[in-house]
Design a protein around this ligand. Structure first.
Ligand code: PLP
Length: 470
């Protein structure tokens, strides 16, 4: 086979930018080749099933038909400082023109990764002073477990391999992180079996039966103790948990839950890993939620998403000095890492993003505007088909029910969350359906006017869907 390479000198042609499809038809024709993520691939074959987003600014995105929509999901829980921030874009461009790429493998490092690691160490709680970069939350979580396995190998405690997760958790999509996740997400897929064990879902409203919240909490802790005794603490490496479960339906555990879980972990010598992929970088009003909101000192914290506000793919696994001390001992090499981890452009984006959050006091502002957002959504609780509005600040979920008293759900096939999300999108708001739940995780820079607008779009959308129910 002969291949003809045609070469065009940069000097021959003026820069034309990317030659991207512009019309809706052209985008969707090109899109036919794109295998989308977390999608009903069969459903996507229907005309009009997809939305092509072509531009974004602030809290708004524009679709390929020219509709401007409020980005009620912040890209995907990640565009914390809003779209199109010059400070981050310029920092990326400047970094790329100075050093486009170098890895953090072997003996190499570069200024942006080093500076971001140092900055994270100053922001993180306790002695979480060591940072290993990767490219996605899934890989950061996978990495946390790999690193702990390696840590215990070095300590000669080779049986400590198992992971405690929870029903309802979402920790990602790699082979191990999907095993730490639970149905419906892992339904129909094979996954790493045997390593992960799931504790009870800490959702009082659905699972609390006739217990008080305090009794429910005791039952959760007892379940954990029983599982640890059953599996043997000498076989368990870590517990992993999101401070507030996100994609599992925005589940806020009973007050004091994480602290008691951490105490149990400490008692049995099990590492406590906080998955702060969603909760870190301001969404709950603090750079990290573990200590400031949940009064815990994890042995590891994983982050992604808001670390760059989504402008570049970046994630990190933060570990204590104690863990680092063991894995950096004299016996052997740390054989873990990805080529693009801590990429200069991503690290520069992270630094600029954090600088911007600090300069504009975004976490502090979220303590006010996020509470307003939370209260605005909670006020939808008076609607007949709204069973529970839950979450905190800019991390909220609305659960729909057919019957408020019994909490009975609508038939799955009705896809109630999708019906409301479609209606909201017609009215100018993107929200994320998840079966019978609707999720909102907007940029953290929403104004009071935008918050009120989201509230009224949601109210109108839910009422219209309710009126048209079969
Ligand atoms: N952990 C949590 C809590 C998440 O919400 C997600 C993604 O939504 C992940 C991990 C996985 O992150 P990523 O999609 O960047 O791999």
């Amino acid at each position: 086979m002969s291949v003809t390479v045609s070469r065009t000198d940069a000097s021959d042609t003026a820069p034309t930018g990317l030659d991207l499809p512009r019309t809706t038809e052209a985008i969707l024709a090109a899109d036919g080749h794109l295998v989308q993520s977390w999608a009903d691939l069969n459903g996507l074959k229907k005309p009009g099933a997809r939305t092509a987003i072509v531009a974004a600014k602030g809290t708004m995105v524009r679709d390929s038909d020219g509709n401007d929509l409020i980005d009620g999901i912040g890209g995907l829980w990640c565009v914390n400082v809003g779209h199109g921030r010059r400070e981050i874009i310029d920092a990326i461009a400047q970094q790329l023109s100075t050093l486009d790429f170098y890895s953090t493998f072997y003996t190499f490092t570069h200024p942006a990764a080093a500076a971001l690691a140092q900055k994270l160490a100053t922001l993180a709680p306790g002695s979480l002073n060591r940072v290993h970069f990767s490219n996605s939350g899934s890989v950061a979580n996978d990495g946390a477990v790999r690193i702990l396995h390696h840590y215990y190998e070095r300590l000669g405690r080779r049986t400590k391999k198992l992971v405690l997760s929870r029903h309802g958790a979402y920790h990602g999509s790699t082979y191990l992180s999907i095993a730490m996740t639970t149905p419906p997400y892992s339904k129909g897929w094979s996954k790493a079996e045997g390593i992960v064990h799931h504790l009870k879902k800490p959702h009082y409203w659905r699972e609390g039966a006739d217990m008080t919240e305090a009794e429910f909490l005791d039952a959760l802790i007892e379940d954990m103790r029983t599982q640890i005794e059953h599996l043997g603490a000498e076989n368990i490496a870590c517990f992993i948990g999101e401070p507030i479960m996100g994609a599992g339906g925005v589940i806020v555990p009973p007050a004091g839950y994480h602290k008691r879980v951490q105490e149990l972990c400490a008692h049995y010598d099990i590492k406590f890993v906080a998955d702060e992929v969603v909760t870190a970088f301001g969404r709950l009003g603090h750079f990290f939620a573990s200590e400031a909101v949940f009064d815990t000192q994890p042995d590891m914290i994983t982050v992604a998403k808001g670390i760059t506000s989504g402008y570049q793919p970046l994630a990190a696994t933060l570990m204590t000095d104690e863990i680092h001390e063991v894995i950096s001992g004299p016996d052997g090499v740390f054989t873990h890492g990805m080529t693009y981890a801590g990429h200069p452009a991503a690290a520069a984006a992270g630094l600029a993003n954090i600088a911007l959050m600090e300069a504009e006091h975004i976490p502090e502002r979220v303590r006010v505007t996020g509470k307003l957002f939370e209260n605005t959504l909670r006020s939808l609780g008076d609607i007949d088909i709204v069973g529970e509005v839950r979450g905190s600040h800019f991390m909220m979920g609305i659960e729909f029910v057919r019957d408020k008293a019994s909490k009975a759900l609508f038939p799955e096939a009705l896809n109630i969350g999708m019906l409301v999300a479609r209606k909201a999108q017609e009215k100018g708001l993107i929200a994320r359906p998840l079966g019978h739940i609707l999720i909102l995780s907007p940029p953290l820079v929403l104004t009071e006017v935008e918050i009120a607008r989201i509230g009224s779009i949601l109210r109108d959308s839910i009422l219209e869907v309710m009126r048209d129910l079969p």
